[in-house]
Design a protein around this ligand. Structure first.
Ligand code: SF4
Length: 372
């Protein structure tokens, strides 16, 4: 029978169990949780002259000792690559799962959202730039170990933990460890990301992340380069990889006036989506609100989003949504077979869900998704 700590110590002190020096350190070193961890050696290389090269995302940062990487979370410390985004979220809040956005994954449930400072993109219209464009150690942070995260989710009756707000690729190691632990405790995990990540770390992550809300931010390499400081091709490749895995996937595109609202490109994107991700994978078109370095632009007109949604349906996609505009019928889930509005929403709030385990109450068609 396993001993509790008190009994273990009692017997140890009585001489019944020999304590090694390491045991003593483990038992009594209960100070603050560590906020740094080595990057998985499978995902970085040690180069000559103590340099390191990271392979978590396609930027493949090469760092000299003492340098910090592009995403501001990983540092070369004496020839080892350490992440400083660990146990220290700057965001800890409870959200509706619909906010990710996820409309076909446990609708109407709440999620415990976590984010750590840093990001591997440079979006000019970032909604959370004060956290994403900062080093974690410069922010006001909570101390949340994987145990505390899982415990907090259970206590607050959250079915999931969400890795969101900043891009979780920048806090990959923390997300991985929390999600593995939470899954063991019966809590599922969801991730909102731009998916600028290499294949192997992504495949490893799919073992513990149950659903992804992927921001495919446009369908134009120049837009990715100039407005996001990123690249489109690796994101498309990663989406195809993700589709091969078992995690649930929904795609979201924020439509930014004059930057990525070309309807020809939207049609190209929808065609690509159908061919590579399938007609059943939901697509959300979102309203841009003036933010950060694009304050001079207007918010996206609802009519633009309606045109994008219509194109999605014309190209054969079965579930095309509008978010950040409500009330709007594009917030609702429709049965693709009989066209009944089976889940009615007001923004992120569910007004009525008439499905039972994702089955349409009228025609009995099964909707794609994870319903319980
Ligand atoms: S994850 Fe960060 S450190 Fe790694 S390659 Fe990308 S930007 Fe560089």
């Amino acid at each position: 029978m396993p001993l509790d700590r008190r009994e273990f110590l009692r017997r140890a002190i009585a001489g019944g169990i020999a304590l090694s020096a390491l045991d003593v350190v483990k038992l009594f070193a209960e100070g603050p949780a560590p906020t740094r961890i080595e990057v998985d050696p499978a995902f970085y290389k040690r180069l000559d002259n103590d340099r390191t090269q990271c392979f978590v995302c396609p930027l493949h940062c090469v760092l000299n000792p003492g340098e910090t990487c592009f995403c501001r979370t990983r540092n070369n410390v004496d020839g080892r690559l350490l992440s400083f985004a660990y146990n220290n979220p700057c965001v800890l809040t409870i959200d509706a799962i619909e906010k990710l956005p996820l409309s076909h994954f446990l609708p109407g449930t709440q999620t415990l959202s976590l984010a750590v400072g840093g990001c591997n993109l440079r979006c000019l219209y970032c909604q959370n730039w004060d956290q994403s464009q900062a080093r974690p150690e410069t922010l006001k942070n909570f101390e949340v170990t994987k145990e505390k995260a899982a415990d907090g989710a259970k206590k607050k009756e959250c079915k999931t933990i969400a890795y969101t707000y900043t891009d979780p690729v920048a806090f990959y190691e923390y997300m991985r460890d929390v999600s593995v632990f939470a899954k063991e405790k019966g809590i599922r995990n969801v991730c909102a990301t731009a998916l600028f990540i290499e294949k192997e770390p992504l495949r490893a992550l799919c073992k513990s992340i149950d659903a992804f809300a992927v921001a495919l931010k446009g369908f134009d390499e120049k837009f990715y380069d100039k407005v996001l400081g990123s690249q489109l091709k690796p994101v498309l490749d990663a989406l195809v990889t993700l589709k091969e895995e078992k995690s649930w996937l929904e795609v979201v595109t924020l439509v930014v006036p004059t930057y990525n609202d070309d309807l020809g490109k939207i049609r190209e994107q929808c065609k690509w989506h159908r061919k590579n991700l399938g007609a059943d994978t939901p697509l959300h078109f979102g309203r841009f609100e003036p933010q950060y370095k694009l304050q001079e632009l207007p918010r996206t007109p609802a009519e633009t989003l309606e045109k994008c949604r219509a194109i999605g349906f014309e190209e054969g996609l079965k579930h095309v949504y509008i978010f950040n505009v409500s009330p709007h019928e594009g917030n609702n889930t429709f049965c693709p077979n009989c066209k009944a509005a089976v889940i009615q929403r007001l923004g992120f709030k569910i007004l009525e869900n008439t499905t039972k385990d994702g089955v349409c109450p009228k025609c009995r068609a099964k909707l794609p998704g994870v319903w319980r």
